[in-house]
Design a binder for this molecule. Structure first.
Ligand SMILES: Cc1cc2nc3c(=O)[nH]c(=O)nc-3n(C[C@H](O)[C@H](O)[C@H](O)COP(=O)(O)OP(=O)(O)OC[C@H]3O[C@@H](n4cnc5c(N)ncnc54)[C@H](O)[C@@H]3O)c2cc1C
Length: 404
């Protein structure tokens, strides 16, 4: 592959794959290197808000996703101990209001659609089992050294994008070692076959249970065949993996009877396999870019999951980056600085909003009662409208050209 328009992407997560597609559409070649031997998402769901689905539509991916996605009619927020409703946030008019749907789906389905779209592009090369170890810039571009087992793999390009997640080695190469901080909260994730779940939990809705020191969210995935369950609680366990097994008894102990309704505990009792993920935070680096190297997604701005926006921000980054590079292909360092400048304030604001939700979700006692009162008084529509600045985001009109 010629190096003159080749961008190397470290990481084939949602951000890296979207970047490859967006760059290919803008006339670049993309070499995507991922350390994983196989790209497979173990059981977990993802919410994709209109700002993300709009871009996936631009990139021609939504037709593949539509049959597998569910458009939830609402987010139902309930009290943990008895399941009484605090507020119902409508979502059924999202497509009409924001011009693109709000979807929930299985991450594996999203990833498979992105990979299939990448494989159709002759200008995208996907190299699996290749762990990026070092990189160096020079007058002609960047040389990246990856390891496949014991063998070294060299890749040459005009630029490098670190889309290698919260523990990004590309970020470490740019700013030195500033490790993420664990938040003492752990997310447990499982899939429940829909026919084993109570009927009200199969509704096309996102249900959020708010309780003391924890919350639980569930929604249908895989065209309604399964229910994705995410349960988040205080815990001091720390590990960098995404997929550590956890015993069902560990999960049940975090959401005890009395404090958590029997209905949601029945749901938690179904899976015999849970995976856990220690939530970590990392402030944005002072600069995302150095020479012709930049960062995107969690590598630049890891997101706590309390606003369901981490993947959405990675998707937005990818699209904006490709546009900026195509506007100034002869000066990638400058194009990358413009990209960083475009993205920094918005992603920082979303990081803050996610952190704030994380605090509010865990209120209990008087604080919890006040939260519930405020939410109920505001009402679902007004709560959702507070996020218009997230969902209404679109690249500027010149870039938003259908069929690009
Ligand atoms: C419990 C939970 C629920 C969430 N729910 C949502 C949601 O509903 N909606 C939403 O938008 N976001 C959600 N998020 C956030 C979202 O998952 C992340 O923000 C998003 O996956 C980040 O994508 P990314 O491509 O930047 O990084 P990642 O998905 O972390 O991908 C990084 C990739 O880089 C590879 N890699 C790492 N190091 C190297 C290396 N040295 N060489 C080569 N490859 C490497 C990894 O193998 C991986 O494939 C959630 C997060 C959590 C924890």
């Amino acid at each position: 592959m010629a190096t003159s328009r080749t961008i190397i992407i470290a990481g084939a997560g949602i951000g890296g794959l979207t970047a490859a597609l967006a760059l290919a559409r803008r006339g670049f070649r993309a070499v995507v290197l991922d350390q994983a031997e196989r790209l497979e998402e173990t059981g977990a769901g993802i919410q994709l808000s209109p700002n993300a689905t709009r871009i996936l539509g631009q990139l021609g991916v939504t037709d593949r996703l539509r049959p597998l996605a569910t458009a939830p009619t609402a987010i139902r927020v309930q009290r943990a101990h008895n399941g009484s409703q605090i507020v119902r946030i409508p979502l059924s008019d999202c497509e009409e209001t924001y011009g693109s749907p709000y979807w929930v789906m299985h991450r594996g389905d999203l990833q498979a659609a992105l990979i299939a779209a990448c494989r159709e592009q002759p200008d995208i090369s996907l190299e699996l089992g290749a762990r990026v170890e070092t990189f160096a810039t020079h007058s002609n571009g960047v040389t990246v050294k990856a390891m496949r087992g014991q063998s070294a793999v060299d890749a040459q390009g005009v630029g490098l994008v670190g889309a290698d997640g919260i523990w990004s080695m590309v970020r470490t190469g740019i700013e030195g070692v500033t490790p993420p901080k664990f938040t003492k909260r752990v997310a447990w994730r499982a899939l429940v076959p829909a026919d084993m779940a109570p009927p009200q939990m199969r509704e096309p809705e996102i249900t959020l249970w708010l309780g003391r020191k924890g919350h639980i969210a569930h929604y249908p995935v895989q065209s309604g065949r399964a229910i994705n369950v995410v349960a988040i609680a205080a815990d001091t366990w720390t590990d960098t993996g995404w997929s550590t097994d956890s015993a069902p008894s560990e999960v049940m102990a975090k959401f005890p009877a009395g404090k958590w309704s029997r209905h949601v505990r029945d749901l938690l009792g179904i899976p015999d396999r849970w995976l856990k993920w220690a939530l970590a935070e990392r402030p944005q680096p002072r600069r995302w870019s150095q020479d012709q190297i930049t960062l995107l997604g969690d590598a630049a701005h890891p997101m706590l999951p309390f606003l369901a926006q981490g993947a959405a921000m990675a998707i937005e980054d990818a699209f904006v980056l490709a546009n900026r590079l195509s506007e100034n292909p002869d000066n990638l360092p400058q194009a990358m600085r413009v990209y960083e400048n475009d993205r920094r304030a918005r992603t920082a604001k979303v990081q803050r909003a996610a952190r704030s939700n994380g605090k509010i979700y865990q209120y209990s006692g008087l604080d919890g009662a006040a939260r519930d009162f405020v939410m109920a008084t505001l009402g679902g529509t007004r709560i959702r409208n507070r996020y218009d600045w997230i969902y209404n985001w679109r690249v500027d009109a010149a870039e938003f050209t259908p069929g690009m």
